[in-house]
Design a protein around this ligand. Structure first.
Ligand code: AMP
Length: 580
């Protein structure tokens, strides 16, 4: 295990939380609320806290978003511009007769209109759901159905490729706004509609418990779950960005996550703007030289990224980083998957400071466990619970749960009560309630706490797959596989991969009349890429005569995985048929 990186030896200093242990002891939620203004006349609204209040306070001229387009295009959007554009968007929604609580979906890359749509929706008191633009038609449709989408904001190309064929089947959908020049039939071009709308809008008088965002996340069984978040989440977005990411007003900050995933919204839109930083938004995908050049040219101070990208940087070697000036950097953080200890040590060498791993999930809405700037980094550890957060390691028992001692592996759990926690799973209250046992929220992750109070990630307690930082539910992939005429049954698992963390592998049995061959494997993979999108489709498909199943007919993914990895098969007393 690489040794501890001591803070006094490095360049990272905390501007916001110099003595975390002291703050952990004294912290109350009032400390967090002090970072906010509340709506004039009462109430709480995320968009007001993120944008309009800064304009009122005289910071309208500060750049809120510096957008870097795929080529050389750039756009500076000040807080005043963002206030006006989000007001136009809110007015546009109102003009179409939308009402408080209605659901607005966005499907597009990282373009300015995505950020305007997110904040404009919140300003109007409507509920926003971002979708990952690399999703195929199936995941998009399922999520829009569950979320009863009333509005979709997308581009012409994405609409034609992924939506048009089934749009009429979403009965709730009233309005499709198109970012770009021309709108297909039945859609409205966003640009002229925005230009015709007023840049003045009185922010909706939302209350802390009013719904604000729905983020879809995968389950091991059944359809994706819509985690419901409310406006009060902004209290946690404000303080956690300040404490865990060192977001202080005026800093230049770059979060590389896409808003289609929760990090790209909580810490790629809300938290940074609430903390009045200047955000870099890069439309392009990972490109080593472009990333290094961006840090240098834009003088990025705080950089929040993910292990898959960091591993790609490592693969290119320290030499690739040598020509660049990284002296602007003050703090680096990583989230989403286990960050290898070597990556922490490597980044300390190359950037002069380590990546600080932190842990959270869609349901928690914000960072729960973190390596903070003022604390020594133990490479491989996720850090300690944030001020205001209590974490424990539990074992499930017949009667409930039992807390485990230091050094023991169990399920990572949190004491509920922080502001950004989900309030329910949309239409699935029972599934939500199942997450809570004995006064704890059980996260589905396995972890261990060391004597210093730091938490170490061990693995998932369920079958969910993390590939390139994206959480994928095997059920959704299996469902797409069995839609193919040749596939009778499918079992999907994640297998370790040096760069992506895990990649998706599928085991299938064939329907009578089909024979295993390379061409068929390609055809089935092609089908899943088309319906699910490349981020969710299996990388590899293996044919089998039978799949291991329980007596009740459930495919035993755990066993497929143990066999794939050459691990002990564990308890197979429920195994029914198996000839593989
Ligand atoms: P998501 O809800 O898509 O953000 O995924 C949340 C899951 O990602 C967690 O439950 C973990 O399994 C994993 N995860 C997030 N952050 C970390 C981390 N720092 N180390 C290890 N796993 C992580």
């Amino acid at each position: 295990m690489p040794s501890t990186i001591r803070k006094e030896s490095g360049r990272t200093r905390s501007a916001s939380l110099p003595d975390p242990d002291k703050t952990r002891k004294s912290f109350t939620w009032k400390d967090a609320e002090r970072l906010l203004d509340s709506l004039p006349g009462g109430g709480l609204n995320i968009a007001f806290e993120a944008v309009d209040r800064h304009v009122r306070a005289g910071y309208g001229g500060q750049t809120a978003i510096r957008w870097l387009g795929k080529g050389d295009a750039r756009e500076e959007i000040t807080y005043a511009d963002l206030a006006a554009r989000t007001s136009r968007f809110a007015n546009l929604l109102m003009a179409h007769g939308l009402e408080r609580g209605d659901s607005v979906f966005a499907l597009m890359g990282r373009v300015p209109d995505l950020y305007v749509a997110a904040l404009g929706t919140l300003k109007a008191g409507l509920v926003f759901t971002p979708l990952f633009s690399a999703f195929g038609p199936e995941p998009i449709r399922t999520r829009m159905e569950i979320g009863a989408a009333k509005v979709l904001v997308t581009t012409e190309a994405l609409y034609r490729r992924k939506i048009a064929a089934w749009r009429d089947e979403i009965a709730t959908l009233k309005l499709v706004l198109i970012v770009g020049e021309a709108a297909p039939e039945g859609c409205v071009v966003l640009g002229p509609a925005m230009a015709a709308a007023s840049p003045e809008f009185e922010v909706a008088q939302t209350q802390p418990e009013d719904r604000a965002l729905i983020h879809f996340t995968s389950g091991t069984t059944g359809k994706p779950k819509g985690a419901v978040h409310v406006h009060e989440a902004v209290v946690y977005h404000a303080i956690s960005g300040r404490y865990a990411l060192e977001l202080v007003p005026g800093r230049v900050y770059w979060c590389t996550a896409d808003p289609g995933w929760v990090t790209g919204t909580s810490y790629g839109i809300i938290s940074p703007l609430v903390n009045r930083v200047t955000m870099i938004v890069d439309e392009a995908e990972f490109d080593l030289e472009r990333w290094y050049e961006t840090i240098k040219r834009e003088k990025v101070e705080v950089w929040y990224s993910a292990p898959t990208a960091i591993r790609m940087m490592m693969r290119a070697g320290a030499e690739a980083a040598a020509p660049y000036d990284f002296s602007s950097l003050r703090f680096l953080a990583s989230v989403g998957e286990p960050l290898n200890p070597e990556a922490v040590v490597w980044s300390n060498k190359v950037f002069g400071m380590p990546f600080h791993d932190n842990w959270w999930q869609t349901e928690t809405g914000g960072i729960m466990i973190a390596n903070l700037a003022a604390e020594d980094v133990h490479p491989g550890s996720m850090g300690k619970p944030m001020p205001g957060i209590t974490a424990g390691i539990l074992k499930r028992t017949e009667s409930g749960v039992e807390e485990l001692d230091t050094g023991q592996i169990g399920e990572l759990a949190l004491r509920p009560g922080w502001p950004s926690m989900m309030r329910t799973y949309l239409h699935e209250q029972a599934r939500y309630e199942k997450c809570f046992v004995g006064g704890w929220y059980l996260t589905g992750d396995l972890a261990m706490r060391d004597p210093g109070g730091r938490f170490w990630f061990v693995g998932r307690a369920d079958d969910l797959i993390k590939t390139s930082g994206h959480l994928v539910g095997p059920f959704e992939v299996e469902s797409a596989l069995i839609e193919h005429e040749a596939v009778a049954e499918a079992g999907v698992i994640g297998v370790p991969d040096e760069t992506a963390g895990e990649v998706i592998k599928a085991y299938v049995t064939l329907t009578p009349g089909f024979e295993p061959c390379e061409e068929l494997e390609r055809a089935i993979r092609g089908h899943t890429r088309k319906t699910l999108g490349p981020a969710v489709a299996p990388r590899e498909i293996v044919f089998r005569n039978t799949l291991p199943k329980t007596r009740s007919g459930k495919i035993m993914r755990r066993l497929l995985k143990a066999r794939e990895l050459g691990l002990p098969e564990g308890d197979i007393s429920t195994l029914e048929s198996d000839e593989t």
